[in-house]
Design a binder for this molecule. Structure first.
Ligand SMILES: Nc1ncnc2c1ncn2[C@@H]1O[C@H](COP(=O)(O)OP(=O)(O)OP(=O)(O)O)[C@@H](O)[C@H]1O
Ligand SMILES: [Mg+2]
Length: 468
């Protein structure tokens, strides 16, 4: 379970878990060592003071031959045994263990000491714990004992203060360390997220190698392999596109001659059954010729996407006029009312590609709106947006289908048998190449559809960026 969580957790979470969990485990040990380092010397110092008191008290023991006596005046006694926090007691015994002076409650425990020997112990007297020092001193024929007992108030206070200091330090240290760890991990991983953003920006049309100098050395082999893969992909993609363009180009000549032959045959008198077959062949040849033309057109746009295109000032009004010159005679012949409202709309780009894009949209309007309909072509300049639009009053495109009509080879329910489903894909590539947008909306009149190709105008800052 934990392994599964770790496997799927983000790298950041794994690193943080790997750092913070051991830190949390080590922190109590560090705190205990720190506590011990504060308390132990302080306790030793207090014990040493007991020792000083014992030596001072022993100075009041006097031995005359075998006779040992102890006398201390009250001033010396209070001077020796007065402490701000604790109560101190003393006891002096002769070599036989008889009390010479002080507090007899300190008589227990009985211990044997050599001369000059110290012994510290914790002992309970009348229900109170005392820190006790027993000191052996030569007096007359034997060894007298001086006992100093002290309550635990100072010791408790030192422990409390040490505990507080340790807890406060551990908290501060722990929190600061975690913050530093999180910041360090985040900054270390930022390179990875920048890298994944660079990778996400790649598209089959625009594969650019990643700069392995900008990444940490651990990631450089991965970037190197990625770049090699990109190069192979690029070559494969290019080969595939060239192949399609070559095939389209190669089949155009035999197709044209096939079409001519069939058209010539159709001019000759022939039996009705044979004539129907010729017409079928003619229709199929037309479709394949159209498909080859569309594939070539797509290859042309894609080539411009990959190579550095020459960007020139283009007026969308000129694009519309040039396209309409070709389409007006056709409109007359198929009974379509082709109108235009043209305004100057300067952009930067490639005129022949824009004409190709507009022609595809007008062709669709002719085809799908059908004879007798009204098609209006507009070029407009509003703010920083320059627009080419084609409106028709045909059946329109259902809202849910609009996202799909720009996909390659997608053909809607109303499409006739002629098309290849590439027209709007070509248009959307051309628009994208010019940093524009293709929008499909309901015609304002309520019937039909309007295709809006909008581009940044030549003077707007967006237009000066010449790469897709
Ligand atoms: N003006 C329009 N009115 C209604 N439907 C349209 C219109 N323009 C496009 N469509 C729908 O969008 C589909 C995709 O159009 P697109 O131009 O990409 O392909 P096509 O016209 O079928 O084939 P091609 O353009 O390659 O000859 C069409 O099949 C059609 O269903
Ligand atoms: Mg089309």
């Amino acid at each position: 379970m934990i392994q599964k969580i770790l496997r799927t957790a983000s790298l950041q979470r794994r690193l943080l878990l790997g750092l913070i969990v051991p830190l949390l485990l080590i922190m109590p040990a560090i705190a205990m060592i720190q506590y011990w380092l504060i308390v132990t010397p302080a306790k030793l110092e207090i014990d040493r003071q007991l020792g000083d008191d014992a030596i001072a008290v022993s100075g009041f023991i006097h031995a005359k031959g075998n006779h040992v006596e102890f006398s201390i005046n009250p001033q010396a006694k209070s001077l020796l045994l007065t402490d701000q926090s604790d109560r101190e007691f003393f006891l002096v015994t002769d070599p036989e263990g008889r009390v010479l002076g002080g507090d007899p409650s300190l008589l227990d425990p009985r211990v044997q000491l050599a001369a000059g020997e110290w012994r510290y112990l914790d002992h309970q007297v009348d229900g109170h714990w005392l820190r006790m020092l027993i000191y052996g001193i030569t007096c007359g024929p034997g060894i007298c004992q001086v006992r100093i007992g002290e309550t635990w108030v100072k010791r408790h206070r030192i422990k409390d203060e040490a505990l507080f200091a340790t807890a406060a330090f551990s908290l501060f240290f722990g929190v600061m360390t975690m913050v530093v760890m999180i910041l360090a991990v985040q900054s270390g991983l930022r390179k990875i997220s920048e890298l994944s953003e660079d990778m996400a920006r790649q598209s089959p049309e625009r594969l650019s190698v990643l700069d392995d100098k900008k990444v940490p050395s651990e990631l450089q082999p991965m970037i190197h392999s990625w770049n090699l893969l990109l190069e192979r992909l690029h070559v494969a993609h290019q080969t595939q596109k060239n192949f399609i363009a070559d095939v389209a180009h190669q089949i155009r000549t035999p197709l044209t001659s096939l079409q001519m032959e069939v058209e010539l045959l159709l001019l000759e008198p022939s039996p009705p059954a044979l004539r129907e077959k010729f017409e079928n062949i003619n229709r199929s040849a037309n479709r394949i010729t159209h498909l080859a033309a569309q594939l070539l057109s797509l290859a042309r746009v894609e080539n411009n996407m990959n190579s550095a295109m020459r960007w020139l000032p283009v007026d969308l009004r000129d694009v519309a006029i040039r396209t309409l010159e070709e389409w007006s005679p056709r409109a007359l012949s198929v009974g379509i009312d082709l109108g235009f409202e043209l305004q100057s709309a300067p952009i930067v780009g490639q005129q022949f590609l824009l004409i190709e894009g507009l022609a595809n949209v007008i062709h669709n309007a002719f085809l799908y709106a059908g004879p007798g309909c009204v098609v209006t072509v507009r070029s407009q300049h509003s703010g920083s947006e320059c627009v080419l639009s084609v409106e028709d009053n045909g059946p329109g495109i259902p809202f849910e289908e609009r996202a799909r009509v720009c996909q390659r080879f997608y053909r809607g329910a109303i499409s006739s048998g002629e098309g290849s489903g590439l027209g709007l894909a070509i248009v959307s590539d051309i628009v994208r190449l010019h940093r524009g947008q293709l929008r499909i909306e309901d015609a304002p009149s309520g019937r039909g559809v309007v295709f809006i190709l909008s581009f940044p105008c030549a003077e707007s800052p967006d237009a000066s960026v010449h790469h897709v």
